[in-house]
Design a protein around this ligand. Structure first.
Ligand SMILES: [Zn+2]
Length: 237
């Protein structure tokens, strides 16, 4: 018993030290590499609170249908330069904190649509998975960060490990719709039973031709999921 408590105390100390270390690293990083608002250049935030409020008032949510998807919600248009810049920072410059800005947008989306999405069915949220190699390069899956924000706001479980990207695919950039579909065929595999789930909300960062979400939705439907929705930060047309 005493041994157990001792182990717990050591774990607590290690946890505390790790947290302090993280705070220390964040402070030194901010001193060495100050961050400026991408919109108004004020120091201290990637997007300062007033610019976030302004962005929230400018973006328009889009709702549309797509093969295998009952409904897709895009929180904004990729043509919005601030949205495009934020996605670039998250996805290609690996700035994980951008996820906190998108969580604010997701909170607003849930305030508007939460009741319609949660109508008593058994729901799960699944992020579009990254291939393991890409995950190791980036250190996180941006779709998983967004899915977790959706899960927190909707109070719905997030099944991050339910799907895997079993095959590494070529980049979709520059491919036509048909080429994208070919490229993705058989790229995703389900590795968890979803027997009690009636509705799945797929989450991704950008919706372009929709071929990725479509392929995942096809896999889910063949596993017996009746309804598949999509939530994405931006739609690129
Ligand atoms: Zn600003």
């Amino acid at each position: 018993m005493v041994g157990g408590r001792g182990v717990l105390a050591v774990k607590f100390m290690i946890g505390g030290a790790a947290r302090l270390c993280k705070i220390f690293l964040a402070i030194s990083r901010d001193l060495l590499f100050p961050v400026f608002c991408i919109s108004c250049r004020v120091e201290g935030h990637w997007l300062c609170p007033p610019c976030l409020v302004k962005l929230q008032s400018e973006i328009k949510q889009q709702v549309f249908q797509h093969p295998y998807l009952d409904k897709v919600f895009a929180l904004a248009d990729y043509k919005n330069e601030i949205i495009a810049r934020l996605i670039h920072l998250l996805k290609y410059e690996y700035v994980e904190e951008i996820g906190e800005i998108f969580e604010k947008m997701i909170e607003e989306f849930v305030r508007q649509n939460g009741a319609a999405i949660l109508d008593g069915r058994q729901i799960a949220i699944i992020p579009i998975p990254l291939h393991k190699k890409r995950y190791l390069e980036r250190g996180f899956n941006q779709a998983e960060l967004l899915a977790k924000s959706c899960g927190r706001c909707l109070n719905v479980p997030v099944l991050s490990k339910a799907l895997i990207r079993s095959r590494q695919t070529k980049t979709q950039v520059g491919l036509s719709g048909a080429e994208r579909r070919n490229n993705l065929q058989g790229a995703f595999a389900l590795r968890q039973s979803l027997i009690d789930i009636e509705r799945v909300i797929l989450v991704d960062d950008v919706f372009t031709t929709g071929s990725t979400m479509e392929e995942v939705a096809r896999v889910l439907r063949s596993a017996g999921i009746h309804e598949v929705l999509g939530v994405t930060v931006a739609r690129e047309t």
